[in-house]
Ligand binder design. Structure first.
Ligand SMILES: [Zn+2]
Length: 323
């Protein structure tokens, strides 16, 4: 159980799977398994555990690997990214296993990957880099600190807007970064390049350990695989919920601004969980050391509020509806 100022205590409703059986894999990279259909098609990658405390992706990969899911076209690869951080996962302290030395989702900068600096996450990124350079489509499965609705994140390039429209799940597609330091895997140069076809998208499936988050992770993985064309719909049918089958079209939003704490004294005006739409421009949504933080336009969506205190922490993102 972990405490949070807005929700008190988040129970750990998901069961963290044993991923040790996947250590050897079949690629020469630990915790990476790949399957080739022998037919032309994209190389598709499902990523779990970019953050070691976000266990929903590991459950998806474990379930699909156990079931023996195979591609019908191209190649399908499963990767447990920060397995070293996950090895420290403890349901009694579920927040403590996010990374070993630094956030694995901030190291995707060529100068750092090519440099001499050494830590657990850079080593793992260097191990995975040949794979990441080779794949065509990536789904990076994450979860969040609050009971927010699930959301898909991409950089907002045209190729990504088309692909996320095809995935059409979960209910919100958020385009743009509002990002602070370093680069996430989906921002790694080969993906964030309008001149090629490679697409990497990230899904935030809900609160880290909520049962519904596991459901959203599996449904999104199925919808992603369907959109990729690499897996037969019939093979995915047992894993897709009725809720996902009958969901209405996803909404697309542009991330326009990121709010970073200028002080350690940052407080939201209400216990926002994320995805609230604030009707009026200029509505005060927080105070940063006494200074009001206000919405920049009408019908502004508040994405992923963070209750971690500290100067320089990203507190939330503002988003505007597309179309
Ligand atoms: Zn994450």
């Amino acid at each position: 159980m972990t405490t949070n100022p807005i929700a008190g205590v988040y129970p750990v409703e998901l069961q963290a799977p044993d991923i040790e059986p996947y250590r050897a894999g079949n690629t020469g990279i630990e915790f990476v398994s790949t399957f080739d259909s022998g037919k032309p098609g994209p190389h598709v990658l499902l990523n779990a555990l970019t953050h070691g405390n976000e266990i929903c992706g590991a459950i998806v990969l474990d379930t699909l690997l156990r079931a023996g899911l195979r591609p019908a076209a191209g190649r399908l690869t499963f990767s447990f990214n920060n397995h070293r951080a996950y090895a420290r996962f403890d349901a009694a302290r579920p927040d403590a296993s996010r990374f070993v030395d630094e956030d694995f989702n901030r190291v995707w900068v060529e100068q750092r990957l090519d440099g001499k600096e050494d830590n657990a996450e850079l080593r793992r990124a260097r191990e995975l880099r040949p794979l990441i350079d080779a794949v065509d489509m990536v789904l990076d499965i994450h979860s969040m600190g609050t009971y927010s609705l699930p959301l898909m994140i991409c950089n907002g390039l045209e190729k990504e807007r088309l692909f996320t429209r095809a995935i059409d799940y979960p209910g919100h597609i958020m385009c743009g970064s509002g990002h602070v330091v370093g680069k996430r895997m989906i921002e790694y140069t080969p993906f964030n390049d309008p001149t090629n076809h490679k697409v990497a998208v990230l899904v935030e499936c809900g609160q880290h350990w909520a049962a519904a988050t596991g459901r959203a992770a599996m449904d999104t993985a199925c919808k992603f695989l369907l959109a990729s064309g690499a897996v037969n719909p019939a093979s995915l049918s047992p894993f897709l919920s009725d809720q996902a089958r009958t969901a209405k079209r996803a909404e697309m939003w542009d991330v326009t601004d990121g709010v970073t704490a200028r002080s350690a004294n940052f407080h939201f005006a209400q216990p926002f969980v994320g995805m609230e739409v604030i009707p009026r421009q200029g509505t005060e949504i927080a105070k940063d050391d006494g200074e009001p933080v206000v919405t920049p336009y009408d019908n502004c969506l508040l994405m992923m509020p963070s209750y971690k205190q500290g100067v320089g922490n990203r507190k939330l993102r503002f988003c505007k509806r597309v179309g």
